[in-house]
Write a protein that binds this ligand. Sequence first.
Ligand code: SF4
Ligand code: SF4
Ligand code: SF4
Length: 351
Amino acid sequence: MLKAIFPTLGRFRLFVQVAMLLLTVYGSNVVGFYMAEKVSNALPALSCAYDQQNGAYCVLIPTQHQLHHRIGEALVKAQEITVQMFLPLLFTLLTFFTFFFVLSKAFCGWVCPLGTIQELINKLGRKLNMPLRRFENGSVSKVRPVKWLMLLVLVLALPLLTGLGVTPHSLGNPFCDVCPSRIVTTLLTGSTEQMALRTGDGIAFTLGAIANTMAGFILVAAFAVRQPFCRICPLLSFNAVFQRLSPMRLVKKQHDKCDKCGICAKACPMDIHEIAREHGSKAYHEDCTLCGRCAEFCPDDDVIQMKWGPIPLFKSSREYYKQRMKGEMPDGTLKIVTAPRKLAAGAEDNA
Ligand code: SF4
Ligand code: SF4
Ligand code: SF4
């Protein structure tokens, strides 16, 4: 029955993504504002519009806020450093870990509204026959450190320095001030409020202008590049720090059948070329969003698996691969009709 409705994992994931997009953008209307504030503060995916009343965002806002208002100020007033001051941050991180333990980085591949929006725009680009730009091995490794820089500078260092009084107050939540999800997801609710620039404060004005520009750039770039913002998103690096702590993961067996055809890497929206070359825990890369596309497009049985602890959730299989290649391709047009192994080279360009 389920298989008839969702013939592919990709179709099922798209269903979950759209459901999550609706939930994370309009969810507070269902669960109520009190619950929305509690939930949205701990989400390991960007969901700015979820709590429409209080404008709480994701785990990054309380992290910045606590570093700014609690930890930074606590270090200045050393006598006030007590366990109580760390409790709010501890509580936020504990709630985050509870979410994260269950789903890990699948929040990125299956839940994050900004991730879904970028993916839907890219699908539209394929339908419109726009050229798909990929990051090759060299360029992708140059971009990867940026997400760590975003985390270290915008989420951790500047809020802490602001709390210590080193940097101005308007640098207290710098990532949220430049976050494109804040603009894009609230626009989906019909509100343009988040696009407004704060005049009278040069730093706040500049950060707001960067946010608007970045949101516009990402919406356009997503037509040609898969997941453009995800590559520099500090939540990707934040989640990567803890990814090994969750039982949810991507596993690739060292397998005679794996002939490094590279289709998995071509199918990967994050251009993780290592997925074709590495095996074991190395194949679960820091940029992986657990979307499962590499497992969907690998033509060999059991080579790539999504697992929760010992429980396999999805395994690559030749039969599924054949079905997937006959179905809707990422570019929305190509139909593959010959044998899968022979097709590999031709299919690569479209996977
Ligand atoms: S990496 Fe992408 S999917 Fe993950 S939280 Fe950031 S924007 Fe969302
Ligand atoms: S698609 Fe499968 S067989 Fe091909 S390189 Fe990737 S893991 Fe190996
Ligand atoms: S490695 Fe696989 S699961 Fe991870 S992002 Fe790439 S395609 Fe998705």
